[in-house]
Ligand binder design. Sequence first.
Ligand code: DOR
Ligand code: ZN
Length: 444
Amino acid sequence: MKTLIKNATVMLPDGPSKTSVLIDGATIAEIDPAESVEADETVYAYGMHLLPGVIDAHVHMRDPGGTDKEDLRTGSMAAAKGGVTTFLDMPNTSPATISQKMLDEKLTLASVKSVVNYGFFIGATIDNIDELKKANRTPGIKIYMGSTTGDLFLKDPGMLEAIFAETKLPIAVHAEDENIISKNFEEFGMTRNVVDHSRIRTPEAEASSVHKAVALAKEYKHRLHLCHMSSALALPEFEDHDDLITAEVTPHHLFLNDSDYMNLGTLAQMNPALKSASDNAALLQALLDDQIQIVATDHAPHRFEDKCQRYPDSPSGVPGVETVLPLMLDLVHKEKCTLEDVVHWLCEGPALVWDIMEKGRIEVGYDADLVLVDMNKSVVLRGPNMQTKCRWTPFEGREVNGWPVRTWVCGKEVYREGEFDLSRPGVEVMFDHSRGGYWSGIDG
Ligand code: DOR
Ligand code: ZN
């Protein structure tokens, strides 16, 4: 099957170009093909932008064990609708993904349920270092250095060090210092006020934990990825990255802050907690400066009823996989960054950070994971319009300019203006860790 996407503004690796793209089977076969080229389907895309599919390198699809909140089918449909063609899922499911056997089982589950491409992290525990050493078919090891949803908090500093010393896969960390968090929690006693969430999970808690992780990465020359950076205070801790360290920021830490508790209440509760408006600005600047390399959503759906319980009974986490691209396109509309920046942070950057093969770029021979975007379409984000099973969004009522309209996964159109084709699932992402991650890709 050949598809010709004709006359779009195509976001090529060296910049935008008004041209056409020919898909043959699952791959990008030609860019700027001859006028006479034949295809089974022609998509007239004049006035639209064609982007590489978004790679969301941090999601929680809740499958298995939390499928009342989300599952690999609903979560991947939300992804496709949002222009996300690949996701990397975290291990705090139930049971947790802490062995090769569980990784393989999740991959099998996804091969039947997911409409977009997928990969799964393996979680670190006090006693699974042998599994971590030999794990494959995974982007890397996830370490929870602070407590959050699930039970993967790694308390033991000796084991933390051993994992940096003895394993080879890249490490992703949730960096929040549990000692600082519990001390603050005690200080706030029996608080029922969600505003205190930000006074408990402070910038100091993040900076202290980032400091530890960075020291270990440097000592053992181990690749480290800092998940969901949320504060200006943590940024100097990894300025001198030694080409070992990368970082991500979520849309909620870019666009929401502690003033949003007033309207959102516990819907604005997540870990790390929201910080201040000046942190929002510092995080965007860090992205623009390439100190933070990627935007990932930390898509963490919880049922609306559960979120509406009083703090601290309310669970932490917000959905985000289907709103990240529109929110970032809106930033282009507001002239805060360029569309090239967005493609780098959402597509090429994650592929480089996690050594993902043949994705993240519109280039001949790459997988035909593509999203067609209408930069002039403006939409007001509303919970009931969301595809995620939880059907709410922390960005309720926000108007965004720029909207994904059609999505192809490995050459197959899975989403088209409100309609899904679920007939062929996404595929497992391939990782080539010998490529050495983001900085080797950028330097090379
Ligand atoms: O807010 C969060 N929710 N932060 C995490 O680290 C986990 C996530 C979840 O799984 O709910
Ligand atoms: Zn997470």
